[in-house]
Design a binder for this molecule. Structure first.
Ligand SMILES: Cc1cc2nc3c(=O)[nH]c(=O)nc-3n(C[C@H](O)[C@H](O)[C@H](O)COP(=O)(O)OP(=O)(O)OC[C@H]3O[C@@H](n4cnc5c(N)ncnc54)[C@H](O)[C@@H]3O)c2cc1C
Length: 664
């Protein structure tokens, strides 16, 4: 294998750009259903719409076979409430989530996920994903059902989270899309939505994009559009050299879907909700360090002297056995897993955990750092299901962790994984590889497109799917399931709607905007400098604590960035062009967050929002959603009850609404 240095030394120069550069070349692509973003949500949406008989096109910024958060795998599937072993109904699960979120979540998306998540997983099984212990490797384990061979995580009694062998889930979806004849456009970064007559707030009739290898321009014309471009990981933090290894979000997570929706006039809610950015590039390689959370839930943690940290149930009772860690306590309804977009758990649904006063105990010297995960103390089947089955299938772990550690000689039967040495308070969260939280590094948490029971946004023709950018979403299963459902609805709409007409002036204006960075003076800043500047403005002016003054200053600074640095950013090739356009979107998403934060004139523990000028926490008058949108490029805010999805024009019950809208 030739290294980069050898290659450059041999040729004596940097390589030429390896693709033909075709700036301004325009391609028109026509479809019934257009999908923007090919993560698991987008790919499953494409499959679902194609099975409905629609002509489907998917535009993906990376390579849909492995792109997105689920691209490298998944080890547990939440909300499979209709699986034959589940003891939790979709209604109970949805109500539990909504209660934990104090209403600030998406009852529609949660209910759909619970109703159809299991069916969606069965579809994945048909496509080649292993979801059962077919080789009987875990026969007799507490977490296995002998009849169906399904395996469960977190709450072994209630059995609504399934352990799955999902390392190949994206390639399986990809192959299925190909078989169904989906038109897949990889390496195309979407840049805008096209609307009827070019008007903000009008029906959405397509989108534009740029190929990040050739620089070609795409005009996608479509009867219905689904946006599933994920989150905005580069908004508050940017560490390009380490992002891939030590962050849960990838470089393509740049809030483009939110930005294009906002510019088109769609409504958004909960953009003011942010959370601590524990997993944003300043922690450790995911799942690589000793911890007792998520995939490693239940793992014994010991200190430098081998003394074990006790586990407790929600009522503060010490759990004496490993088995008890996976069972609800006597008064509990059932336990919800983590990683479902919840930041607060009511005791009725909270997981058993390590001693919650661990930071204090470390400070007092009761436990001596470093701490370690000692898998050898687990019963054999528990050990093998964590380090083996789960670490072998979870996203970003199969090669970097399981393979690398195993080849280096790590043996969970006798070796331990060291936890990072951190400030004592950081041990409050058993997800130790997240590192010590840095207060002003935040991440978006829960904000997104306002959707109805069809998963349609406020704009005709535009649907949303995914963990994000639907508001109040959360997990891998939800991404697939919302994609599958939104596509059914989008395909039905496409069957009855008129041919879309694209506004030429809108296309021309977008082309001029898109190619400005390549026609720029070469002295302009680069996209990385611009991205750093955006994150600094977000950290300083829209961090954990804010007031009207800081938010207005932040908006002014973002605007100045737009008018000065962004307007002179130079892109020397199509790759840099794509990244630069993403930065423009990040500025827009930053503005959305600041506008939403200005609109909510109170503080909220549930939204992790601390307004220094409105310190009262969650006053009853402010317990509502505040949809924001652009109308004639001016921000408009309205009010919506938290339970709007169960109020007229909708029916008062989840199941009734589902039956009326699900499309079968
Ligand atoms: C390491 C890791 C492990 C995880 N493990 C689990 C787990 O075990 N269980 C669980 O429930 N959840 C898990 N999650 C979360 C889960 O993977 C995500 O919720 C889910 O994959 C989200 O899928 P999505 O399709 O909605 O979004 P994404 O995966 O973010 O996909 C968005 C796609 O859109 C593309 N895109 C972005 N911008 C553009 C643009 N401008 N133009 C075109 N395309 C664009 C991106 O390249 C990407 O492919 C994990 C996440 C990570 C990172």
């Amino acid at each position: 294998m030739t290294t980069w240095n050898e290659y450059v030394e041999k040729g004596g120069a940097l390589p030429e750009w390896p693709y033909p550069i075709l700036y301004e070349k325009e391609n028109e692509i026509v479809s019934d259903v257009l999908i923007l973003g090919g993560g698991v949500a987008g790919c499953h949406a494409a499959i679902s719409a194609a099975r409905e008989g629609a002509k489907v096109v998917l535009a993906e910024r990376g390579m849909a076979k492995r792109s997105g958060s689920g691209g490298a795998g998944v080890d547990h599937w939440h909300g499979a409430c209709t699986n034959p072993c589940s003891k939790v109904t979709p209604e109970e699960y949805t109500r539990a989530v909504m209660d934990c979120a104090h209403g600030y979540s998406n009852g529609i998306a949660r209910y759909i996920t619970c109703k159809e998540g299991w069916d969606t997983l069965l579809e994945c099984e048909e496509m080649g994903v292993q979801i059962r212990d077919v080789k009987d490797e875990f026969k007799g384990a507490d977490f296995r059902d002998e009849e169906t061979k399904l395996m469960f995580a977190y709450d072994y009694k209630n059995r609504h989270v399934l352990r799955v062998w999902g390392y190949n889930i994206k390639p399986c979806l990809y192959n299925e899309m190909k078989q169904l004849g989906v038109g897949i456009f990889n390496r195309v970064v979407v840049t805008s939505l096209l609307t009827e007559g070019g008007k903000q707030g009008a029906r959405v009739v397509g989108a534009t994009g740029v190929n990040t290898r050739t620089g070609e321009f795409y005009v996608f014309k479509s009867k219905a559009i689904i946006v599933s471009t994920g989150g905005a990981g580069r908004l508050f933090t940017f560490a390009p050299e380490i992002t891939a290894a030590s962050s849960m979000s990838d470089m393509n997570s740049a809030g483009v879907g939110q930005a294009v929706g906002w510019n088109a006039g769609a409504e958004f809610v909960l953009m003011e909700q942010t959370g601590p950015g524990r997993l944003t590039g300043f922690g450790y390689t995911p799942y690589s360090m000793g911890n007792a959370s998520n995939t490693y839930h239940g793992t014994p943690i010991v200190d430098a002297n081998g003394k074990e940290v006790p586990w407790f149930d929600v009522e503060g009772r010490e759990l004496k056995t490993v088995q008890e860690r996976f069972l609800p306590s006597p008064g509990q309804n059932f336990q919800l897993g983590i990683g479902i977009g919840l930041h607060y758990y009511l005791d009725q649904y909270r997981l058993n955990n390590l001693a919650q006063d661990l930071p204090e105990r470390v400070r007092k010297g009761e436990f001596t750092l470093p701490l370690y995960a000692d898998l050898s103390r687990l019963p054999e089947l528990e050990r093998r299901v964590i380090f083996g089955m789960m670490v072998g299938n979870e996203g970003k772990t199969r090669i970097p962790i399981y393979d690398t550690f195993t080849k280096a000689g790590f043996n969970p039967d006798k070796d331990m994984l060291q936890a990072p040495v951190m400030l004592p308070e950081a041990y409050q969260n058993s997800n130790f590889w997240g590192g010590t939280p840095i207060p002003h590094l935040r991440s978006l948490a829960g904000g997104g497109f306002l959707v109805d029971w069809d998963l349609r946004t406020s704009l005709e023709g535009l649907y949303a799917a995914g963990g994000v950018p639907i508001f109040g979403g959360g997990c891998h299963g939800e991404a697939h399931t919302s994609g599958r459902y939104a596509a059914r609805k989008a395909a039905a709409y496409a069957r009855t709607t008129a041919e879309p007409a694209v506004d030429r002036q809108q296309v021309e204006a977008e082309k001029a905007r898109v190619y400005a960075p390549v026609n720029q003076n070469k002295n302009g800043v680069g996209w990385k400098e611009l991205n750093y500047a955006i994150t600094r403005v977000m950290q300083d002016y829209c961090g954990k604590y804010k007031n009207e003054g800081t938010l207005n200053l932040g908006l002014r600074l973002l605007n100045e960035l737009k008018e000065n640095e962004a307007a002179s950013t130079y892109a020397s090739n199509p790759h840099e062009l794509g990244r630069t356009l993403e930065c423009f979107s990040l500025i827009t998403v930053g503005e959305m967050v600041m506008q939403a934060s200005l609109a909510r004139k109170c503080s909220s523990i549930y939204l992790d929002l601390y307004r220094l000028d409105y310190p009262q926490m969650d006053p009853p008058d402010w317990r509502k959603l505040l949809p924001i949108r652009l109308e004639d490029n001016k921000v408009k805010v309205r009010e919506l009850p938290l339970d709007f999805h169960l109020k007229p024009p909708y029916a008062p019950a989840y199941e009734e609404n589902y039956k009326l809208h699900c499309g079968h």
